[in-house]
Ligand binder design. Structure first.
Ligand SMILES: [Zn+2]
Length: 306
C-alpha cells in the first residue's frame, strides 16, 4: 500500500510526471531572491541535417555559443561547482554545457591517409574552435556516456577520445550502463547500472577514472523524497564515491546557493534541453547569477566541504 502511495505521488510530482517534452517553466518565486542560478544546458546529437527530436544543427550550437559568450557567461564543469566557482572571472558568470549519450557526432575522428584528425564538424571541434578564438568564454563541457553503445561510435578510438577529452579540459560523466531510467529501475539494480560503467571507464582511463563523479539521469528524472540521493551517494568504486553530483533534465535553472545547502540538492541540479529552449529563453530566467562585483573569490557558492 505504501509502495502504491509513493508511486502515485511520483506520478503526480511536477518534476517526474511528464512524458511529453519538457517546456519552459518559470522558477520558484523564491529563486528570484536567490540570484545564484547557473544555467546547465543539455544537448544530444549535433549534426547536419538535424538528427532526431532532441538533435540540433552545428550552426545552432555555434550560434548558442556566440550568444552565451556575448551575454557574459563563462564555461564551467562540475569541478568548478565543487570548488566554489574559483575559476570564474569577476566580470563573467557561470554556465555549464552538457552532452548526453556519447553520440559519434559529438566527437568524431576522420582518417586522412594514415593520419587521424578530429572531424571539424563535430561538437568538440566547434567548441574548440570557438573557445580558441574567444578566451573570455573559458573552455569546458561535460560528456555523459551511456554504455548501451560504443561511446562516440568508433570502437578503435574510445580510449584515445576519452583521454584526449580530459587532456583538453573537458569532463566525462556517467549516464549508466544501459541508459537506465531510475524512475522505473528496481533499486537493487542501481548499483550495477552505475558501477559497471566505472569498470569500463577504468579499462580506458586507469587512474583518471577518479575524475568521473558526475551523473546525468537517463530520461532526466530521479525519484524525489524517498532517499534516492543518499542511496546513490553511497556507491563506491575502488573505495571512491562514484556519484557526487547529479543532473536532471527538468526544464529548470537551479539556484545553486539554495539547492546546494542540502545534501540532496547536489543530486538534483536542473538542466534545460536545448532542442526545446532558445538562448533568448535562457536569458529570460529571473534567477540567473548577475554579472557584477562578487564579494569574494567563492561568491555566491562556497567550496564543497566533503
Ligand atoms: Zn540519455
Amino acid at each position: 500500500m505504501i509502495q502504491l502511495i509513493i508511486s502515485l505521488l511520483l506520478l503526480w510530482s511536477p518534476e517526474t510526471g511528464r512524458t511529453t517534452p519538457l517546456r519552459y517553466t518559470d522558477p520558484d518565486p523564491a529563486d528570484s531572491n536567490s540570484p545564484s542560478g547557473i544555467p546547465v544546458l543539455m544537448y544530444h546529437h549535433v549534426s547536419d541535417p538535424v538528427n532526431g527530436y532532441y538533435g540540433v544543427s552545428t550552426g545552432r550550437l555555434l550560434m548558442d555559443l556566440q550568444l552565451l559568450d556575448e551575454a557574459g557567461f563563462f564555461l564551467i564543469t562540475s569541478e568548478d561547482i565543487e570548488n566554489g566557482l574559483m575559476q570564474v572571472p569577476p566580470d563573467r558568470r557561470p554556465l555549464m554545457l552538457t552532452f548526453d549519450d556519447g553520440w559519434q557526432d559529438n566527437f568524431n575522428f576522420i582518417l586522412r591517409g594514415s593520419a587521424v584528425e578530429i572531424d571539424p564538424h563535430c561538437a568538440v571541434a566547434i567548441l574548440e574552435d570557438y573557445c580558441d578564438e574567444h578566451p573570455e568564454f573559458g573552455r569546458g563541457a561535460t560528456f555523459f556516456i551511456s554504455w548501451d553503445k560504443v561511446p562516440f561510435g568508433q570502437e578503435d578510438f574510445v580510449m584515445e577520445k576519452f583521454n584526449l577529452l580530459l587532456d583538453m579540459g573537458y569532463s566525462i560523466g556517467n549516464h549508466t550502463n544501459v541508459h537506465a531510467d531510475f524512475m522505473v529501475l528496481p533499486w537493487e539494480k542501481w548499483e550495477n547500472a552505475v558501477i559497471t560503467p566505472m569498470v569500463k571507464f577504468h579499462r580506458r582511463l586507469g587512474l583518471r577514472t577518479s575524475e568521473i563523479f558526475a551523473i546525468s539521469y537517463p530520461g532526466g528524472r530521479f525519484p524525489k523524497g524517498v532517499g534516492a540521493e543518499e542511496y546513490i551517494a553511497g556507491f563506491r568504486f575502488m573505495e571512491r564515491e562514484v556519484v557526487r553530483i547529479g543532473f536532471l533534465a527538468n526544464g529548470s535553472i537551479s539556484s545553486m546557493k539554495r539547492l546546494l545547502d542540502s545534501p540532496e540538492g547536489w543530486f538534483r541540479i536542473g538542466r534545460l534541453d536545448m532542442s526545446q529552449y532558445s538562448v533568448r529563453q535562457v536569458l529570460g530566467w529571473r534567477n540567473i547569477m548577475p554579472i557584477g562585483p562578487r564579494e569574494d573569490l567563492h561568491a555566491p557558492l562556497r567550496c564543497r566541504i566533503p
